[in-house]
Design a protein around this ligand. Structure first.
Ligand code: DGL
Length: 274
């Protein structure tokens, strides 16, 4: 297989990373992808850094056995705590979701006040704050964990009154702080964009890390000369391979995943990564 034809590996704690895959398919339609959802060990967002790093190393080793050309750490929690370790341990091109989101937020803010929402472990790590401050130390950040958002999205309660009421409570400190930009720092949150925008008001810019990451992947692959050529966005020849691995039974992943990906999920295989 030529270098460019090798697949892109993506891992997440479960189905959430499909929001990143969705953007990837939109931005780079010709790329073959291997997605690993560590469904047996999710959630990552409430676990310690040490545990998430261990899982991230195992997931990376698994995908490396499948000859990937680049790895996307789609999980915000895993990106927040394990990226420096993965970069030290493995030599392939590695892209997390934090840096692209931080760059977009630093660019978008006009009043220098950026809010960040994510899992408990992501917010505790301050990874987004550090990445934003590295770009512009004058930007003030306010972090807010929103742990109930993940189960709400997985339940499909996207535009529900309960969701709006919970969002109102979580986002109140960010509104009070007067942020004009809000980073959706978790794989699941792009599905709540409408509810979050309603609470924050139309004037607040929402940063979708999934979308920003897909642009970064395109940039890196272009730089490395590893993009699969497409004919003006149309895939010439065969549809690229999309394969899915999960660490627990595939049923739930297949059922719920289609909602995250916006297309039917086929070819899901249960694997061991430990
Ligand atoms: N994928 C996780 C993230 O983006 C959310 C789900 C979990 O906690 O495992 O942080």
């Amino acid at each position: 297989m030529t270098n460019a034809k090798r697949p892109i590996g993506i891992f997440d704690s479960g189905i959430g990373g499909l929001t990143v895959l969705k953007e990837m398919i939109r931005v780079l339609p010709g790329e073959a992808t291997l997605y690993l959802g560590d469904t047996a060990r999710l959630p990552y967002g409430t676990k310690s850094e040490e545990t998430v790093i261990k899982y991230s190393i195992e997931n990376t080793r698994f995908l490396l056995r499948h000859n990937i050309k680049l790895l996307i750490v789609a999980c915000n929690t895993a990106s927040a705590v394990s990226l420096p370790v993965l970069r030290k341990e493995f030599s392939l091109p590695l892209i997390g979701v934090i840096e692209a989101g931080a760059r977009a937020a630093a660019k978008a803010t006009k009043n220098g006040k950026v809010g960040i929402i994510g899992t408990e472990t992501t917010i505790r790590s301050s990874a987004y704050t550090k990445a934003i401050k590295a770009i512009n130390p004058d930007i003030d950040t306010v972090g807010q964990p929103c742990p109930l958002f993940v189960p709400l999205v997985e339940e499909g309660w996207i535009d529900d009154d309960i969701t709006l009421s919970i969002a109102g409570r979580y986002l109140a400190p960010l509104r009070k702080a007067g942020v004009d930009t809000l980073v959706l720092g978790c794989t699941h949150y792009p599905l709540l964009k409408r509810a979050i925008q309603r609470i924050m008001g139309e004037g607040v810019v929402l940063i979708d890390s999934a979308e920003e990451t897909a642009f970064e992947v395109k940039e890196v692959l272009t730089h490395l000369g590893l993009v699969v050529p497409t004919d003006g966005g149309n895939i010439s020849g065969m549809t690229p391979v999309r394969k899915y691995f999960v660490t627990d039974v595939p049923l739930r992943f297949e059922d719920q995943g289609s909602r995250f990906l916006g297309e039917r999920i086929l070819k899901v295989e249960k694997v061991e990564v430990e």
